[in-house]
Design a protein around this ligand. Structure first.
Ligand code: IPM
Ligand code: MN
Length: 371
């Protein structure tokens, strides 16, 4: 299979984690006889520094003309602490989502037995947790009219949803539920918000087309609590843009590290794959960031190409590193391996060099221990 992938490394740790994913994709191509070519593009703070624009036109062009997009991370502290900045890195990502009509963001939440001890939640409550969040990505308060008055004493953000916007992401969520445990939970705030009441109405109507899927409804405040109290109850969570943003960060603590969670954004055409973590500026360039969120996003990308065996091998390699405590600093702050070492180990595994032929002592040499 021959595919062209647009790579947007982005800001902070984006480049270093994405580099590992590209190397893993190369190893997969080599092992399975595929050919992946890459076009590198700018977005975010990096793009503002180099071009003045958080999303140069060439980036949109390249995304539209490639088979998939792999993205690293976005954001820089110099903008976070400056609410008056006119141009912001995040505008690049939001505009890209809108331009490519990536209306559904899919965030799977799984747990790894080797990491149970890292979760702030009790092991008995997180065993076998396996759910997936479908977050609407191109509507709602993120994209409504934004206003601030001349004196800057009042500001507003409109939250708007159309029936069609709700329907298209809901169908994807129902279809996913069908392939899983056949349960869908709509998270909204229908006791207060008009948009939420429209979501509830539309989802109730659509559910008639999926009689095999059991639907329930939760207010977002209760959902935030239930994700911590009893996450095993969820199968597919469907929700609007901002609720999905907040709940998916919350859900990441179940796995033990935000650094582990991948995501896929799909829509009318091309799909984009990115870890859910941010640009983690404090770690930039130190080779300590966790590359697994990005590598697992690359696995979702392979699956999107229909390369199911290839994706499964990447996931197996990731699990192998975790089981053998080959982990980055976020997971073990004392005995940890570098970002690039984890990448190398996964590549070795994909190429069939471990566990048999790779000597544990050689791996130990790549370890960093803080005494
Ligand atoms: C995410 C991020 C983005 C969002 C930011 C960077 C605009 O937090 O992908 O979850 O809020 O959607
Ligand atoms: Mn977010």
């Amino acid at each position: 299979m021959t595919k062209n992938i647009t790579i947007i490394e982005g800001d902070g740790i984006g480049p270093e984690v994405t580099r590992q994913s590209v190397l893993v994709l190369d190893a997969i191509a080599e092992t399975f006889g595929h050919e992946f070519t890459y076009t590198y593009c700018l977005m975010g703070a990096d793009a503002i520094d180099k071009t003045g624009n958080p999303l140069p036109d060439e980036t949109i062009e390249s995304c539209l003309n490639s088979d998939a997009i792999l993205f690293g991370a976005i954001g820089h502290p110099k903008y976070d602490n400056d609410p008056s900045a006119k141009v912001r890195p995040e505008q690049g990502l939001l505009k890209l989502r809108k331009s490519l009509q990536l209306f559904a963001n899919i965030r799977p939440v799984t747990t790894y037995p080797a990491l149970h001890h890292l979760s702030p939640l009790k092991t008995k409550n997180i065993e076998d947790v396996d759910f997936i969040i479908f977050r609407e990505l191109t509507g709602g308060i993120y994209f409504g009219k934004k206003e601030v008055n001349a004196e800057a004493t009042q500001a507003s953000d409109d939250c708007v949803y159309t029936r069609e916007e709700i329907e298209r992401v809901s169908h994807l969520a129902f279809q996913s539920a069908r392939t899983r445990r056949k349960k869908l939970t709509l998270v909204d705030k229908a006791n207060v918000l008009e948009t939420s009441r429209l979501w509830r109405k539309v989802v109730q109507e659509i559910s008639g087309q999926y009689p095999d899927v059991k639907v329930d409804f939760l207010f977002v405040d209760n959902a935030a609590m239930q994700i911590i109290l009893n996450p095993r109850q969820f199968d597919v969570i469907l929700t609007e843009n901002m609720f999905g943003d907040i709940l998916s960060d919350e859900a990441s603590v179940i796995s033990g590290s935000l650094g582990l969670l991948p995501s896929a954004s799909v829509g009318k055409g091309n799909a984009l794959f990115e870890p859910i973590h941010g640009s983690y500026p404090q770690a930039t360039g130190k080779d300590i960031a966790n590359p697994l969120g990005s590598i697992l996003s690359a696995a979702m990308l392979l699956e999107h190409f229909g390369l199911v065996k290839e994706a499964a091998l990447v996931r197996e390699a990731v699990e192998w590193t975790l089981q053998n405590s080959f982990v980055t600093k976020d997971i073990d702050p004392v005995n940890f391996y570098f970002t690039s070492t984890i990448g190398e180990l996964i590549i070795d595994y994909v190429a069939g060099k471990v566990p048999g032929s790779l000597k544990k002592e050689n791996i130990e040499l790549r370890k960093s221990t803080i005494i």
